[in-house]
Design a protein around this ligand. Structure first.
Ligand SMILES: O=C(O)CCC(=O)C(=O)O
Length: 296
């Protein structure tokens, strides 16, 4: 009940508060109502070679932490094999029909798998609950996080122009939130690298809720801070996507990306139907963190 009320108030307020310091004040207020950080242990599916402290420091300072290659080819192939059995959709359509991945129409720019299917893939669910990731994210947010989205999509190359999140923007999903990204295909300059403007999560420039041109971003921020993430498959990074970012339109080839989002509250744009399951009990995962996905 309280969470529902907070969600409504939150939506109205946070979409209109763009100043970084004012958002800090609102975070401090909302934190009072949310469960405190707990330490996670025991579930470590990702091969992370950096300390939790380093990742937290990077996230605080830059809005971005690079975890390196954390998934092996065997793990990626296993996830992809399971994805092959699922349908994915061009969610920009009003009534989306499944996309044929071997010949997506030229008008189809992105094809998304469904959250309810993705969380049934054990590897993905375990990754979302990696203990070290949960510790880093909890400490960054200052509260016990909520997994508020699990997303995976193809971005298709050779399209006429960029669309939606392929332009620079800030996400205004909650007061504080992060997204963890995994490349499931190799990403070079031509295959739609994700681009993040380091430190922009704490800079009061280009704060409006709109898309920004490349020129505006280059003219506003230090060029050295514009990170173009050309990385091999299996790479992972955690980002505060209140900072400026985009997924470049691929020139050729298709990019497959997996994304887990952690926030204070449920996201206003999502409809949640937590599935009845004993998976949390079985895998010993936190009920609060996963409450939008599963309940018992
Ligand atoms: O496709 C990408 O790399 C960008 C995704 C993005 O902008 C987002 O999830 O907010």
């Amino acid at each position: 009940m309280l969470i529902k009320f907070l969600k409504k108030v939150s939506f109205r307020v946070h979409r209109n508060v763009h100043n970084v310091q004012l958002r800090d004040v609102l975070c401090a207020f909302f934190k009072v109502f949310l469960p405190k950080i707990t330490i996670s242990t025991g579930n470590t599916p990702l091969s992370i070679e950096y300390s939790e402290q380093k990742l937290l420091n990077d996230l605080n300072e830059d809005g971005f932490a690079n975890l390196g290659v954390v998934l092996s080819d065997i793990e990626i192939n296993s996830i992809k094999k399971k994805l092959e059995g699922l349908e994915c959709y061009d969610t920009s359509q009003v009534n989306p029909t499944p996309v044929n991945l071997s010949s997506p129409g030229i008008n189809v720019q992105l094809a998304h798998y469904k959250r309810e299917d993705l969380i049934e893939i054990d590897e993905i669910f375990a990754i979302a609950n990696d203990s070290r990731v949960l510790n880093v994210v909890s400490n960054y947010l200052g509260v016990k996080p909520t997994i508020s989205n699990v997303n995976c999509w193809w971005s298709f190359g050779d399209r006429e122009s960029a669309k939606d999140a392929q332009f620079y923007h800030r996400d205004l999903d909650d007061y504080k939130f992060v997204k963890m990204f995994f490349y499931l295909t190799d990403v070079d300059d031509n295959s739609g690298p994700h681009i993040y403007v380091k430190k922009s999560h704490r800079i009061n420039k280009l704060l409006e809720l709109r898309r920004f041109s490349d020129e505006e971003v280059v003219n506003t921020f230090d060029n050295q801070n514009i990170l173009v993430l050309t990385e091999p498959k299996g790479s992972c990074f955690i980002e505060d996507t209140y900072g400026i970012h985009k997924g470049q339109l691929p020139v050729k080839g298709n990019r497959l990306l997996l994304q887990i989002q952690y926030s204070y509250l449920p996201l206003h744009v999502e409809n949640y139907n937590p599935k009845k399951s004993d998976v949390l009990e079985r895998m010993k995962f936190d009920k609060y963190i996963n409450r939008l996905l599963f309940n018992d």
